[in-house]
Design a protein around this ligand. Structure first.
Ligand SMILES: [Zn+2]
Length: 170
């Protein structure tokens, strides 16, 4: 809060009141004009102080709104983060696994329970959420394109070998 603006406002209003009280009963036109001029100046000072005060108040409201929004985002991020637990997919390779609470899976709406899934550890640590696409052999992150090999693919026969087998069989 800008206390200077409030002090200026109070001072200008007090001075204006004193000028107005001093002008009561004055019959001299010159004195009345001089008092009116001072009164108008003090009212302008009060108006300026009020404008400064309102500008400071508006700035404080904007700052308050920004801080409130940041706090809300941080709370949401913390809440979202608390829904996942670090999980080792394969030795040395991690992902976050969703915590499925009993009350979530026991939802009143059939089929609304969140399915078990994993999110990319690297992306999640940077504030991004990417559900891993998991196949039999790899877990793939659609954001950072990280591929985590879950198990070795079985060796596939080459076409030549297939062809040799075919000739031998026939
Ligand atoms: Zn990723």
């Amino acid at each position: 809060m800008d206390m200077t603006a409030i002090a200026s406002l109070t001072s200008a209003i007090s001075a204006a009141r004193e000028i107005a009280q001093g002008a009561i009963g004055v019959r001299d036109a010159v004195l009345i004009n001089e008092a009116t001029g001072r009164l108008v100046q003090k009212l302008l000072d009060a108006q300026n102080a009020l404008l400064e005060h309102n500008a400071a108040l508006l700035q404080l409201q904007n700052e308050h709104f920004k801080v409130h929004e940041e706090l809300r985002e941080l709370r949401e991020a913390a809440s979202e983060r608390g829904r996942y637990t670090l999980f080792e997919l394969v030795p040395g390779k991690f992902a976050y696994r969703v915590n499925i609470a009993p009350e979530q899976s026991g939802s009143s709406e059939p089929g609304s329970a969140e399915p078990l899934h994993y999110v990319c550890q690297g992306c999640f640590d940077q504030g991004r959420k990417a559900v891993l696409r998991i196949s039999e052999y790899v877990a793939f992150c659609p954001l950072c394109k990280d591929n985590i090999r879950l198990r070795e693919r079985p060796a596939q026969a080459t076409p030549q070998v297939v062809s040799a087998w075919s000739k031998r069989d026939w």
